[in-house]
Design a protein around this ligand. Structure first.
Ligand code: GUN
Length: 285
């Protein structure tokens, strides 16, 4: 068996068309959705991600503002920048690119973003709402994975979903979203004893650990949907995920490539959340 490659780039372009239409409808009402993106320091990977987010906004007609702060920005300065954006009526969504320097308390930063503008879905309120199954802003990466599964007509209800990685950004929200769709969910970590014992039961395997080649063909159930959230730069410059793509694609039913799998969908869901934020902010206009 050779797995069907899920073309995240193509699906993202198709999904973005719907959101572009929603932006046109807002503009017809005189409303221009706006996203502010804050980046601290010069992490090369973060710079690429942020550039791509701004580009996607431009493509669908969302106004965007990039705020670049130096690595040594103080926490009060960063919090005050966010508070100004909270008050700015031109801005519907605020995103602070992670990671932040160790000198800054990331939780404090995320809690300062207004809940109504938290298009990353990282505020405690939005994470709590996700727990209760009623969030407005699902975190973009797991939301993108869910959208890829649905777009590829991969069933979720009743399936065994195994998630490797328990980050607040991907693993934990992914588990809640799949649980909400009635999957049977297991969360594994880098400390899980005999990881293969779990992964080989997965109908849906989502991997987000930052460890190249962690998942090999012998760990995958034939026909499974394998979603690789990892993005790792190897010493030779190549970009790879956490899954041994060449080996696993021979066993899996579906597999996402890196790059061109989950990444473009993360950005698409950011666009979606920003449009929703603008619609909600203007729901009585
Ligand atoms: N760093 C890695 N992924 C993300 C993300 O989805 N949002 C933000 N803000 N930072 C990230």
């Amino acid at each position: 068996m050779s797995g069907k490659i899920i073309d995240g780039k193509a699906i993202a372009l198709e999904v973005r068309k719907q959101w572009k239409q929603r932006v046109i409808e807002l503009k017809d009402r005189g409303i221009l959705p706006g996203l502010a993106v804050i980046i601290v320091g010069s992490n090369p990977a973060s710079q690429v991600y942020v550039r791509n987010k701004i580009k996607a906004c431009h493509e669908v007609g969302i106004h965007s503002e990039l705020i670049e702060l130096p690595e040594d920005v103080s926490e009060p300065q960063l919090l005050s920048t966010i508070e100004n954006l909270n008050r700015n009526t031109q801005i519907n969504g605020i995103l602070v690119q992670l990671p932040l320097p160790d000198t800054i308390d990331v939780n404090k930063v995320l809690e300062t973003i207004s809940v109504e503008k938290d298009v990353d879905g990282f505020h405690l309120y939005n994470l709590g709402a996700l727990m209760a199954g009623s969030t407005i802003f699902p975190p973009c990466t797991p939301y993108g994975v869910q959208c890829l599964l649905e777009h590829s007509s991969i069933p979720i209800e009743g399936q065994n979903a195994v998630i490797v990685g328990r980050s607040n950004i991907v693993g934990k929200p992914m588990a809640l979203m799949l649980l909400q769709k009635n999957a049977t969910v297991s969360i594994c970590t880098s400390k899980t004893r005999d990881l293969k014992q779990f992964t080989s039961l997965a109908d849906i395997l989502v991997v987000a650990t930052g460890k190249p080649n962690l998942i090999t063909a012998d760990m995958v159930k034939p026909g499974a949907a394998v979603i690789d959230v990892g993005i790792n730069r190897l010493d030779d410059g190549r970009l790879v995920g956490d899954v041994d793509f060449e080996g696993v694609k021979e066993v899996a039913g579906y597999i996402t490539p890196v790059p061109g799998g989950v990444g473009p969908m993360t950005i698409t869901m950011l666009v979606a959340n920003t449009v929703i934020a603008a619609e909600k902010a203007n729901s009585s206009v």
